[in-house]
Ligand binder design. Structure first.
Ligand code: DGY
Length: 310
């Protein structure tokens, strides 16, 4: 808040739950700028309710909650938080990978429930990470950072992306493959692509069937990239070994049957949640909003085309 205080009038939603839709729409009517979370669906109706809006700053790098084309048509600048959360999110993806491979959630529950009575040769047998194959879907900033972590764990690195990332190939020897090849060859599949019309349910029944029976799926991208019902089927039928999920199709609701499975590690969308990262994100959106209101264009603009329309 500090960069804003004294520079602009602030209308703050300060409750620990998303702002109700009608409240958002009515309070937007006289605002020049909005700083929102990924919970806020900024579709046509919401954007149109802010007749004075000049800038929408999303406190997240992903902006699938915003109709960017409509904002652009209306001359509204859209900002996000690229770069500052790359390493925190990659760390979380790798935490989930390790936790799923070594059954950390399950083991922790076992200890807390007083079940640890003796060391046993077969107690909580997991899956080797070192030397296995990591496939990353979406080799942007976060996907590349996940691959770099994989290199440190002696993993063979595969990736699939909209375009080849030659720098990454040269730097860490990652191999560009088709989606199908990646799914068939990987021991760990990490999803790091944005949510778009093309990536909704990118991982469904057919894709899960292509994966190895002892493969692990990690999702720190967006929930709807995976068909959660099909994931449940694959996890319970043994089509894949386990999953690590930071994101869900209908957050904060979780497809209930997943809750009963031991072979899934779930955390509440905390990819970027470190003190330093969240502070950097806050500074990026607040400073960005002030720049736009002063008539300048910050670096974290999602829709540079808007400049021609202003
Ligand atoms: C993002 O930034 O898109 C994350 O999902 C939330 O930090």
């Amino acid at each position: 808040m500090e960069p804003l205080v004294g520079n602009v009038n602030i209308d703050l939603w300060n409750e620990d739950r998303p702002i109700p839709r009608d409240e958002l729409l009515s309070r937007l009517s006289d605002k020049d700028a909005l700083i929102c979370l990924l919970n806020e669906k900024m579709d046509k109706e919401a954007i149109d309710s802010g007749s004075d809006l000049k800038v929408i700053a999303n406190y997240a790098v992903g902006y699938d909650n915003i109709d960017v084309d409509h904002a652009t048509e209306k001359g509204i600048v859209v900002l996000n938080t690229p770069g500052v959360l790359t390493n925190a999110t990659a760390d979380l993806a790798f935490s989930l990978l390790l936790a799923a491979a070594r059954r950390i959630g399950e083991s922790e529950r076992y200890v807390r429930e007083g079940k640890f009575k003796t060391w046993g040769p077969k107690l909580m047998l997991g899956k080797d990470v070192w030397g296995s194959t990591l496939g990353v879907i979406g080799a942007g900033k976060i996907g590349s950072a996940v691959l770099r972590r994989g290199k440190g764990f002696g993993m063979k690195l595969l990736y699939h992306s909209r375009s080849r990332n030659m720098e990454l190939e040269d730097e860490i020897g990652a191999e560009y493959v088709s989606m199908e090849e990646l799914l068939k060859r990987s021991d760990f599949v990490s999803l790091n692509c944005p949510l778009t019309a093309e990536t909704k349910h990118l991982i469904g029944r057919a894709e899960l069937k292509m994966m190895k029976n002892d493969a692990i799926l990690i999702n720190t991208a967006r929930g709807p990239v995976v068909d959660e019902k099909e994931l449940f089927n694959a996890l319970s039928n043994g089509d894949i070994l386990s999953a690590g999920l930071d994101v869900f199709e209908e957050e904060p609701d979780i497809y209930q049957p997943l809750m009963d499975l031991d072979n899934v590690v779930m955390v509440p969308h905390i990819g970027s949640s470190t003190t330093v990262t969240r502070t950097r994100m806050a500074l990026m959106v607040t400073e960005g909003v002030l720049k736009v209101l002063e008539g300048n264009i910050p670096g974290n603009i999602v829709n540079p085309d808007v400049i021609e329309r202003r």
